[in-house]
Each structure stands twice: as C-alpha cells, then as structure tokens.
Ligand binder design. Structure first.
Ligand code: CXF
Ligand code: ZN
Length: 371
C-alpha cells in the first residue's frame, strides 16, 4: 500500500511529507494505522546531523501509538484492532539484558540506526521511487501507516487515549525513568533537573513521584519553568549555578542528591555542571543526546573520584518497556502521571517541520502529530 510520511532527504535538512510505498507485514510483524506521534528532540537530532542516519531518505518519528490494521502471517500475540504504543527500542525478551530486566539495552537495538530490520541490514519496509527508505527506530511514526516488528509494539488498554499514550513510547519513559531508575531518587531527596522540555518535565514528575522533598527545575525558558511547577517542581530557576546554590543552601552546603541532565543537545559542560551540583557520593544522570560529531566533553575528574560521585548514563530511563509502558498508563488512568498536560500543541502530519520550529523556539513541552 502507499502511505504519506515525513522524511528527511538530506542532512542537515527539514522533514517533508511524501508518498511512500509500505510493505505488507511479514511473519512477526504488524501494520499499524497511526493515531498519534510525539515530536521528540531526537528526531531533530537526525535532521541536524547530531545523530547519524543509516541512509537517506529517512522516515522520522519514534514516539507513536496506533491501532493494528493487519497482522503478518503466523504472527502471534496481536490481533487486528489492538491498540499499541511503540517502544523506540525493540525488545526481544530473551537476550541477556532483557532477561535481567534491562529491556532498554536489548541486543536488537544494536543495528537500529541502519534504518533496516535488525535481522537483515538489507531489508527495508518503506521505499520511495523504488529506493529503500530508512525507518527510524524500525517504526517511523511520522507515517500514516507503518509496518513494524512485534518487538517494537506494546499492547495497551483500548480506553487510554492514544494521543497521549504515545508519549510513553519515548519521552515519558526516558525522563521519568531517569529520575526513578537511574538517579534512584528516594523520599526526602533534593533533586535538580536541568532542562525541562519533553524529557526533563517527566524527570520532574518522576522525582516527585519517588518522594523528592525538593525538585529544582532549571530552564532558561520562563514558560517551561512555570509548567515545571505544575508537574511537581518545588523551585524553578533559569540557570544551573542558581540551582546548585539553592540546593546547597537547603543541604547544609552539601549539594543536591542527584542532578538529571536533560538539555535538548547535551554537552560535556552540562554534565560537568551536573556533577558539581551534587553532594559527595551524589549522582549525575546524563539523559540528553549530544552531537556525535563533537560530543566528547571534559569531565571534572576530581569531582568524580575525590568526592566519589556517580556519573550515570540513562537510555529510555533504564526502563523495561513491556512492563513500564502499561504501568505508566495505569498511573495516568489513576490521575497520578500527567500526560495531557505535556501536550502543548497538536499538529497535522504536514506540520511536522513547523512543530520542530516551535520546539526550538521553546514554545512546546511536547508537540504531537494527530493523524
Ligand atoms: C534517543 C536516544 C539515542 C538514539 C535515538 C533516540 N532517545 C530518545 O529520543
Ligand atoms: Zn525520543
């Protein structure tokens, strides 16, 4: 069948909507009619070249939800009409990492960046004028229809609105898990969250859910600071120095228990600032994606070693998507996890590039394409 989808034809470049050929689902695959897709900074990282694309054209989008439209021959566990949220990191359920509850590190993720199917780097599901098109994260959620592996799909209850459920496929899990799993926030903690966009806002609510006594949101954009206060931040300041001083003033000069580093384009400087802001044996969690071409920043080694601090990377919030996506949706249903409030603006597929302009201008917590 054909489907409309937003692709990059060049890097640096902008997403443009084209008519693509979409393959039918094969064994172990599903065709999904997309309902919604979040606009995440990582899509834009591919547009700028911060992250490499496996090939061009590249069909973007990796935070989506939809309804199963067709099931590949012999595919088990899913049926037409099922509601699914995609996990941007596929989960095999069997590798060493999956077996130990680290589904976010599943070995299937190793060849994701090729834009092809992980079991065969020459096997694509989208094409344009006869040429293969890369699928971002194997899912390409900026398409009206997409064909995915069942390893990328998590069945969710049909009463949860997919327009917001899609956010659990990347941004919510990444931010919330960074606080809950990676920073291991404990009741009474003092936590700094640097950068409160679509990821950091969820780190704020994750830290609050974990019982932090103080959550200091740091962002230069006033609208984001004000929003953070409604997501559980107790304080909101414009720069990290002020946040670090505030944390020290509340901890007898020691510093924050943890700092979750979530700027849209992370640098070594941000990580160094985070490390300096935490107390002895405190934790700095690096979440944001940097520019792969220049991304190796200096780390203040004295802070790390002499004060026995912990520097922790975090991918998809160290989550197990098949367990955590349904759990987060249950928290949403019970009014504990905010999802509706994350969505600043809804877009049509044709407005994807506009959505990223709005993200850069600081106008959005999350933009969402609704199909
Ligand atoms: C990113 C992590 C690096 C690869 C692309 C996706 N995470 C979330 O947006
Ligand atoms: Zn993302």
């Amino acid at each position: 069948m054909t489907t409309r989808g937003a692709v990059l034809r060049e890097v640096p470049g902008r997403f443009e909507v084209v008519e693509l050929e979409l393959d039918d689902p094969r064994p172990g695959e599903l065709r999904v009619r997309m309902v919604a897709s979040g606009l995440c900074h990582s899509d834009d990282h591919h547009a700028t070249g911060d992250l490499k694309v496996g090939r061009l054209p590249f069909a973007g989008g990796h935070e989506g939800a939809g309804i199963v439209d067709a099931v590949g021959p012999g595919t088990t566990g899913f049926a037409e009409g099922d509601h699914v949220v995609f996990t941007f990191l596929p989960v095999c359920g069997r590798c060493r990492w999956c077996a130990h509850g680290m589904q976010n590190l599943c070995d299937l993720g190793a060849s994701l960046a090729t834009g092809a199917r992980w079991e065969d780097p020459t096997s694509f599901r989208l094409s344009l004028d006869g040429e293969p098109v890369a699928q971002m994260a194997g899912i390409s959620t900026f398409c009206e229809y997409t064909t995915v592996s069942t390893s990328s799909a998590v069945k969710v209850p049909s009463d949860v609105p997919l327009e917001v459920a899609c956010l659990t496929g990347c941004g919510v899990g990444t931010g919330w898990g960074a606080a809950v799993n990676s920073a291991q926030v404990r009741p009474g903690d003092v936590v700094i969250v640097m950068g409160v966009g679509g990821i950091g806002m969820n780190a704020v609510q994750g830290a609050a859910h974990a019982g932090a006594a103080v959550v200091i949101a740091v962002d230069p954009v006033e609208f984001k600071r004000m929003t953070a206060l409604t997501f559980g931040a107790t304080h909101a300041v414009a720069d990290i120095k002020e946040a670090a001083e505030l944390a020290r003033s509340m901890t007898n000069g020691q510093g924050a228990d943890s700092c979750v580093v979530c700027p849209g384009v992370i640098t070594g400087k941000h990580v160094g600032q985070g490390l300096r802001a935490v107390r002895k044996a405190g934790t700095c969690v690096a979440v944001g994606v940097g520019d792969v071409r220049t991304g190796d920043g200096d780390i203040p080694l004295a802070e790390l070693v002499l004060f026995q601090k912990r520097l922790q990377g975090s991918l998809f919030g160290a989550s197990a998507p098949t367990a955590d996506i349904p759990a987060q949706l249950e928290l949403y249903r019970r009014g504990i996890l905010k999802l509706d409030e994350l969505v600043t603006r809804r877009y049509t597929l044709d407005e994807v590039a506009q959505g990223f302009d709005d993200m850069h201008a600081g106008r959005n917590i999350r933009g969402v394409v609704v199909y």
